[in-house]
Write a new protein. Structure first.
Length: 393
């Protein structure tokens, strides 16, 4: 850091000092400075911190006390630990303990802690204390205390302040940050130039440039974990549904799925007598469906079968008993003939009715398509399309 002499158009270096050399102490000086100007520890431009307690010792069954307790604009509690010239080895563990203690504080307890702090400040300086509720409402910019979200689960933040950090501390802080625990390290350095004293406050972990990236990575990881959990839950749900469905199919006159095993997928397939043209049962969150899927790798064969089935559409639908949905799906290779029903599929109370519907309509679909498929298969063999391209299963 340099001092600018505008008159001489020169700069001169400031002399870095240790707090101890200058007679400054942690509680009497550094803590007081940060208490009265917490914005020195702002995570980003425009961020504000509200100090709600100093040397807080309101933890049950322990005499431990944290240096400063603050609140950010999101209503999260911020534990601030000051260590002056040296961070020491155990400050990270110490702050984690304080964060765990604070995690259990309810909204009324947070308000009470802040009110005690305001009462103490008023007693020290003389005068009437501010109202904690009013201050919190103004700070968070909410309509009332009931609208304020204070100290939600897993939102506590840790701020460390020291002139020098030991590797044990920085490694731990970086590791904690990977698990979504908001940690910051600020390096504070006093400087002297003549009789003038200066203080530098620099965020070193995470660096300001990397903060946004780290926040994004944590959010992305949380999103991925949520998606993985949801997928596992869906897989478990589908497996249970197909177990029940196959049990009902095995008791029915429809033999298509007799040798099929339950699956974690949202579909079950059974042969139709034509290669790569299976009957499918579909189980979705909002829909169940029976269908014939024409999905050979040769698009022209799928189109050929679909068009020949569609020529018999009236007779097929009459046998089935309902209008079917005919999907040529151009320009995709696959084609489908299907029938669907809207449901609340993930409500297990609906499963018996849904399974009965699938059994009934797959039975009807197989009956309606069996003879036409046999005729088309025989016709393709006679026409000898591309050698064995039309061979049956």
């Amino acid at each position: 850091m340099f001092k600018i002499d505008a008159a001489k158009n020169r700069i001169s270096p400031l002399e870095a000092k240790r707090f101890g050399e200058l007679g400054f102490s942690e509680r009497k000086h550094l803590q007081e400075w940060l208490e009265h100007y917490p914005q020195a520890l702002a995570q980003s431009e425009g961020e504000e911190l509200l100090i709600i307690q100093k040397e807080f010792d309101g933890f049950d069954d322990t005499r431990e006390r944290l240096d400063l307790l603050a609140m950010d604009k999101e209503g999260n509690l911020v534990i601030i630990e000051n260590k002056l010239d040296d961070s020491g080895r155990d400050v990270a563990w110490q702050a984690l303990k304080y964060a765990s203690y604070c995690a259990n504080l309810s909204k009324p307890q947070v308000v009470e802690i802040y009110q005690r702090y305001l009462n103490q400040k008023a007693q020290e300086h003389g005068g009437t204390p501010d109202n904690a509720v009013d201050n919190i409402i103004d700070f968070l910019e909410v309509d009332g205390l009931e609208a304020a979200q204070l100290n939600r689960l897993q939102t506590q933040r840790l701020i460390f302040v020291a002139a020098r950090y030991r590797k044990e501390v920085t490694n731990t802080v970086l590791w904690l940050s990977q698990y979504g625990i908001a940690c910051q390290c600020f390096k504070v350095t006093p400087y002297k130039a003549g009789e003038d004293l200066f203080l530098s406050v620099e965020q070193i972990i995470p660096t300001p440039e990397s903060s946004e990236f780290m926040i994004g990575m944590v959010a992305k990881e949380a999103e991925e974990k949520s998606a993985d959990t949801e997928q596992k839950q869906r897989h478990t749900l589908r497996l249970a549904f197909w177990e029940q469905a196959l049990e009902s199919f095995n008791k029915s006159s429809c033999t298509l799925f007799n040798n099929i095993s339950p699956s974690k997928d949202h579909w079950l397939s059974a042969g139709s007598g034509m290669r790569s043209m299976p009957y499918n049962l579909i189980f979705g969150k909002s829909e169940i469906r029976v269908e014939l899927s024409l999905q050979r790798s040769e698009a022209e064969i799928n189109t050929y079968v679909f068009e020949h089935l569609e020529k018999q559409k009236t007779a097929i639908e009459q046998t089935f008993g309902n209008k079917l949905i005919w999907l040529p799906l151009p320009p995709k290779k696959a084609c489908r003939v299907q029938y669907a029903k809207a449901v609340d599929g993930y409500d297990k109370a609906n499963w018996p009715e849904m399974i009965a519907w699938l059994v009934e309509h797959m039975t009807r679909l197989e009956k309606a398509l069996k003879a036409p498929l046999q005729q088309i298969n025989q016709k393709m063999k006679q026409e000898q399309f591309t050698n064995d391209a039309f061979a049956a299963d």
